[in-house]
Ligand binder design. Sequence first.
Ligand code: C5P
Length: 319
Amino acid sequence: SMLSVNVWNEDSSSKNLIPRLQKVKNNYLSMNKYNVTYKGQRNTAKLSPEKLLCQLRDRVNVTMIHGSDGPFNTSEWQMYLPRKKLSQEVGHFRQCAVVSSAGSLKSSHLGPEIDSHDAVLRFNGAPTVGFQNDVGEKTTVRLVNSQLVTVEEQKFLTDTLYNTGILIVWDPAPYHAEIHEWYRKPDYSFFVNYKAYRTRHPEQPFYILNPKMQWQLWDILQENSLEEIQPNPPSSGMLGIVIMMTLCDEVNVYEFLPSKRQTDICHYYQRYHDRACTMGAYHPLLFEKNLVKHINQGQNELIYTHGKVTLPGFRNMHC
Ligand code: C5P
């Protein structure tokens, strides 16, 4: 098309952030909570989108904790962990939608388009009831962070919002740590509520994401950025995108790259304003968005109008 539209610049740098968010990023760099010791390369020349997609497919190991994984290979854990592997549980999907929780989904009227997918992934406490016109009503998978599962006020154990679809919980781990090390000291003590939820809802599939994925993905984000990125795990949004690329032939992501409706309203379901939600503070969200823009196979107009990005599933890639 001849139309040139103003969409996410894939060369965005932290210099373009407001000073507050630059400071926050620098603080996380000096804190280095997860003991990141990155010794990998720095790609000054950009990889082609095809090469980058192959790197994601071949280096990010998307797996869920299984009862055969130490230290979960105890008789107690066998009572809680799902028997079936995620791929056995869901098979594979043709077209999938990943719905970010961004405020820019407000008044988007994307609901029917989102629901037309074979599977829909949502995040954390993102509701559908009352927001169907903008975000749809189908929930096939819900990816939640361990803070939400752990912290009492979040009502994870009692809010019926969580009773639909397949649940996956993830928790930040030390940089490239062994599962055992992470298990002894998870970022949030979510195992107690995981077990409690499994006891209350034994029929609902509920997986724990193997934490090795987060740093394999982070290494690729760092390798393909021109500056040091936050030494913290990728956002739920980025993790969810890669999870769906393993399950689906095609993944449409909504409002991860902001549309013309871009706003500082953090979530479509709350009134809270914070630019960090879209640009990143704790998570290396800016660099996640640069990477997703680079591998997008859809048109820029669709980013502008729908906040929509189209990515191929890993099974359909030839590397
Ligand atoms: O805030 P929460 O983590 O629940 O949102 C889910 C994901 O949606 C985030 O991890 C982030 O990747 C994405 N998001 C965004 N812009 C926003 C809010 C969320 O890109 N304003």
